[in-house]
Write a protein that binds this ligand. Structure first.
Ligand SMILES: [Mn+2]
Length: 310
């Protein structure tokens, strides 16, 4: 059982996925708070060195390290749909806590609920089921993941459970104003400029059903915007009446291409990305292309999406 594995371990590493978001980091930070009470050695780990500064409000953010400890005997991953998202390879018992539809149960133990709106919802339910006390810090960390993955409660997946959790966390001391300001009210000038640029360059294909954004390396470098900042235009494009899917192709410095797909649920983003080595949710999925023939693969993907959208 996961709880007895946690109890018998001495040094637990909590893992947020590479390029972490508020859900992954919020879930890991909430667990960090909880485990601190248990007199254990804990490391809050993320393989990425560069972190989104808009996540610095999360409790324990300053404890994050990208160095994996040598004496660890247990790992817990948060919001990682696949083992590759951990960004490391270690032969240790692993508890996989997640909500991605594409999660392939890579853990020794798997606490996966694909109907949860965020990984922090999965953690919240785990805490409630095991009578683990939620303090203000934990509530804020869990709420941050809920707010971000529900896009400030605008996602169509929001349901009575979402609002019940939001209500409970607020009563337990979650700081809504803090989360809302840091996650949605701190845009950089670069992010506004690049949004304007990307919307101008957006291509509508397949009778306007698919919005395509291509982000060359030069645009990212000139603007100084982050990949996460670029991706906000996907949701804006999807807000158009005709658009059913939005795809972003981002060039990376190491010769790879990062693909992000959003859909309105008419087609399954996670299924579409699967043959290209990726995954995610029904409406949000992604992959990274490392092969030589990336342009061909992107063309294949677009053809596939167009076919599905008919
Ligand atoms: Mn998530």
């Amino acid at each position: 059982m996961p709880l007895s594995l946690i109890e018998s371990s001495h040094h637990i590493v909590l893992i947020a996925h590479t390029n972490p978001d508020a859900d992954s980091l919020g879930a890991a930070c909430a667990f960090y708070s909880y485990l601190l009470r248990n007199q254990k050695k804990i490391t809050l780990f993320c393989a990425s060195e560069a972190l989104n500064p808009n996540l610095a409000f999360l409790p324990w953010f300053d404890k994050l390290t990208h160095r994996f400890p040598s004496d660890a005997d247990c790992m817990i991953s948060f919001d990682c749909g696949s083992y590759a998202r951990l960004g490391i390879e270690k032969e240790l018992p692993l508890i996989n806590i997640d909500h991605h539809a594409s999660n392939d149960f890579y853990g020794t133990h798997n606490i996966v609920n694909t109907s949860a709106i965020s990984t922090t919802e999965v953690v919240y339910e785990y805490f409630v089921a095991n009578s683990i006390k939620i303090n203000g810090k934990i509530a804020t960390a869990l709420y941050a993941g809920l707010l971000d993955d529900s896009r400030c409660f605008s996602a169509s997946e929001c349901n009575a459970k979402t609002f019940a959790m939001a209500h409970a966390l607020n009563e337990l001391g979650a700081d809504h104003a803090l989360c809302s300001e840091w996650l949605f009210g701190r845009h950089s000038l670069a992010s506004l400029r690049i949004r304007g640029e990307l919307l101008k360059q957006m291509k509508l294909i397949g009778e306007g059903r698919l919005a395509l954004f291509e982000v060359p390396l030069s645009l990212l470098e000139e603007s100084g915007a982050s990949v996460a900042e670029c991706k906000t235009v996907l949701d804006e494009a999807l807000g158009m009446r005709c658009v059913q899917a939005a795809l972003m192709v981002i060039e990376r410095t190491n010769g790879e291409r990062k693909l992000s797909l959003r859909t309105n649920g008419v087609i399954d983003a996670s299924n579409i990305m699967a043959p290209f080595g990726g995954g995610g949710h029904l409406k949000r999925a992604g992959t990274i292309l490392r092969e030589e023939n990336q342009s061909e693969l992107v063309k294949d993907l677009i053809t596939m999406i167009k076919k599905e959208l008919v």
